[in-house]
Design a protein around this ligand. Structure first.
Ligand SMILES: Nc1ncnc2c1ncn2[C@@H]1O[C@H](COP(=O)(O)OP(=O)(O)OP(=O)(O)O)[C@@H](O)[C@H]1O
Ligand SMILES: [Mg+2]
Length: 259
């Protein structure tokens, strides 16, 4: 069965300030959606809310993932169910190696699918991780380093994609995974997303630039303004934004832009 993430009329406040004001979005396994929009319009707020960050308070609406009310689940339960989130500013976990972090996360996900699962045997995990690192052209010594500790901006983003590739989520939300990547890394990361998207994974790619969409072909491009998705269109909508900026969107949806 195809897994679906459905966001229905979602309202979210941060510190009593309404940020999301009725977001509707449906992402299916196998589809790539791009989410664009000016700074401060609520794109990361949507990602944090999907993760279950306590600062982001849902004041209305629903999020249904695989038929389950996502908002009722703790962040780790969301992840085990097959939702993956990569953040604009990944956090460092000194003392925990990339390999240990990934094995623990993978085992938690396997156990959620099958409570009798004994965990992936270490040699098998090593093989899997090596294959994923090769796919993403990440150096093997990455696995032994502490997660994001002292990683460069681009290395953090690659670590996020490595996590995604290892956990094999059904829906992934990538918040500006392209920012700060050099041209080669951008292509590698995008190819990684392409290899994983397809029948098994759906993706919501939050980005400011059309560039990454040269590599990842979105089925739909959405524009967020004033905490709502105001336009959705085909891939050429991103090209249009690149050429014309956001002024025409603001003019067209003036009331929402000012709200
Ligand atoms: N933790 C927070 N504390 C205070 N305000 C917040 C917090 N998180 C978000 N906001 C506010 O919510 C609004 C939306 O922020 P958000 O980070 O979602 O924007 P964005 O669309 O991701 O922008 P960008 O393109 O710059 O990443 C902004 O006005 C921001 O200041
Ligand atoms: Mg953001």
């Amino acid at each position: 069965m195809t897994s679906v993430l459905e966001i229905r009329n979602l309202h979210v406040s941060v510190a009593d300030k309404p940020i999301l004001k009725g977001v509707n979005l449906l992402v299916k396994q196998g589809e790539v959606h791009a989410l664009m929009g000016p700074n401060g319009t609520g794109k990361s707020t949507l990602a944090y809310t999907l993760m279950g960050h306590p600062l982001y308070v849902v004041t209305g609406g629903q999020v249904i993932f695989k038929g389950v009310d996502l908002l009722e689940l703790a962040p780790d339960e969301r992840s085990r169910l097959g939702l993956f989130l990569a953040f604009q500013y990944p956090v460092a976990i000194p003392g925990v190696s990339v390999a240990n972090f990934l094995r623990t996360a993978l085992n938690a996900r396997r156990r959620a699918a099958n409570p009798a699962d004994k965990g992936i045997p270490i040699p098998e995990f090593r093989k899997l991780l090596k294959a994923k690192m090769d796919m993403l052209q990440v150096s093997h010594d990455f696995a032994g380093r502490y997660l994001n500790d002292g990683f460069s901006g681009g290395e953090k983003k690659r670590a996020e994609i490595l996590q995604m590739a290892t956990l094999d989520p059904e829906i992934a939300v990538l918040d500006e995974t392209d920012s700060g990547l050099d041209i080669d890394a951008l292509r590698i990361v995008a190819e990684g997303v392409n290899k994983l998207a397809g029948p098994n994974m759906g993706a919501l790619v939050i980005t400011h630039y059309q560039r990454i969409l040269n590599y990842i072909k979105p089925n739909v491009v959405h524009i967020m303004l004033g905490g709502q998705i105001v336009e959705s269109g085909e891939a050429d909508l991103a090209l249009h934004l690149e050429e014309r900026g956001y002024d025409w969107v603001r003019e067209k949806y003036q009331e929402k832009a000012e709200a």
